[in-house]
Design a protein around this ligand. Structure first.
Ligand code: HMG
Length: 392
């Protein structure tokens, strides 16, 4: 008998660091025209984590916001905590295990971490949807958290960013119902990678852009082959955004490749998915879902009932095209006012502080002098153990 349980995203919360660097400042220090970053790359600010923040603290803040919004019955239903990241802090212990000690989550749940570059957030989402479909009484807390770090003075530097998204995935979700059809394409390429001994990623920029676009088309064709919707049926397109201009490229590529299906589409079908990403930068696993939140928070009209086509890309490489429908209760599952306030209340740091925060390694005692607004802080390493603190 067909399983008709509807599953998807029930809660969606964002956390970003307090500080940002403007791309104008970066351009000034690189002695290049700011238009290259603002228009050519499509970024205006880069979220910069302070030294007492890492992927665990970013994730803990986002996850706790989801937990704070749940009824006790909803909180009790969480059977699984999935942590998606490509800027992991340990080769063995998962980020999810660290979260178990920081956030208010019940202990009777399985907690683990998954990785495949930026695609891991989507791998987690689909895994969680399958679980909720077979066990509708259970829900899954999925956290996608990353700090995008490239070599100083490299072309990727202007696309850096940091942030986390936390989602509760469940049956009968308030925000987005995820369709069962999904199209995949995976291959082995070296377009972007981070060896274990490096803090920053390495990238072949041109190869990565081409791979993204080719794999998007192949993933969409596989999605159609499996009975998915035509591009013409979507009200919105939401692309993985390593920098917002990449979404423009993705849209144009679809327009050139699928002329009939895309003929009535305009740039308005994805423009508001870029609003947050432009101010934050690449957040790898979280980036696609920050695009979704940007749409939901910034759409002027009620978007319930509207259909979204998603493209998720993770270098290395894996692509997935999937789709969903916005539920009429979507506003109940998001914190629009809070998100907008968070973005507007961050403070600007100068170039020297940015270099210090992003590239300087500190000893334990030195962290005491730098306190972010974060509810959760990384306070140093003792006996090779990372130590975290929850602030009152
Ligand atoms: P670059 O090579 O220095 O830049 O770095 P460029 O020379 O290609 O210029 C960029 C754009 O600015 C161009 O526009 C220029 O024309 C324009 P385009 O041709 O692309 O439309 N431009 C100007 N515009 C206005 N006024 C000016 C001006 N000057 C130039 N004065 C690159 C670009 C993306 C390669 C670099 O930033 C990079 O390596 N980024 C990291 C890699 C990346 O983000 N790849 C994207 C696809 S892969 C992906 O999404 C996966 C990822 O998220 C990781 C994961 O999966 O884990 C990265």
């Amino acid at each position: 008998m067909e399983n008709t349980t509807v599953v998807g995203i029930h809660k969606l919360e964002l956390y970003i660091p307090d500080s940002y660097l403007t791309l104008n400042s970066l351009a000034e220090h690189h002695d290049i025209a700011p238009e290259k970053y603002i228009l050519g790359i499509g970024q205006s600010k880069m979220a910069v984590p302070s030294p007492d923040e890492d992927v665990i603290t970013l994730a803990a803040n986002a996850a706790q916001s989801v937990l704070d919004s749940l009824t006790s019955q909803e909180a009790q239903s969480i059977s699984t905590l999935i942590f998606a990241t490509e800027s992991s802090v340990d080769q063995s212990k998962s980020g999810a295990a660290y979260l178990m000690g920081l956030i208010d989550i019940q202990s009777n749940c399985r907690a683990f971490e998954i990785k495949q570059a930026c695609y891991a957030g989507t791998a987690g989402l689909q895994m969680a949807c399958d679980l909720a479909k077979t066990r509708p009484e259970e829900s899954i807390l999925l956290v996608a958290s990353d700090i995008a770090r490239y070599k100083q003075n490299s072309p990727g530097e202007c696309t850096q960013g940091a942030g986390a998204i936390a989602m509760l995935i469940s049956a009968n979700p308030d925000i987005v119902e995820i369709d069962p059809e999904r199209g995949f394409y995976s291959t082995d390429i070296m377009d972007f990678w981070r060896p274990n001994y490096f803090k920053h990623a390495l990238v072949d920029g041109e190869l990565s852009k081409d791979a993204y676009l080719n794999i998007m088309n192949k993933s969409y064709l596989n999605y159609i082959h499996k009975g998915g919707k035509s591009l013409a049926e979507f009200d919105w397109l939401c692309f993985h955004q390593p920098f917002t201009k990449m979404a423009n490229k993705a849209y144009r590529h679809l327009k050139e490749s699928f002329v009939d299906e895309m003929k009535d589409k305009t740039e308005a079908s994805y423009a508001i998915t870029q609003t947050y990403g432009r101010e934050i930068g690449n957040t790898y696993t979280a980036s696609l879902y920050i695009g979704l939140l940007s749409l939901l928070d910034n759409a002027e009209q009620d978007v319930s009932g509207q259909k979204i086509g998603f493209f998720s890309y993770g270098s290395g490489a894996v692509g997935e095209f999937f789709s969903g429908t916005i539920n009429q209760n979507y506003r109940l599952g998001i914190s629009t006012k809070h998100n907008k306030l968070r973005l507007s209340e961050r403070h600007e740091i100068n170039y020297d502080t940015y270099i210090d925060y992003m590239y300087q390694t500190r000893d334990v005692g030195q962290l005491e002098h730098i306190k972010s607004q974060s509810k959760f802080r990384f306070i140093g390493i003792t006996d090779h153990k990372r130590v975290y603190q929850r602030c009152p």
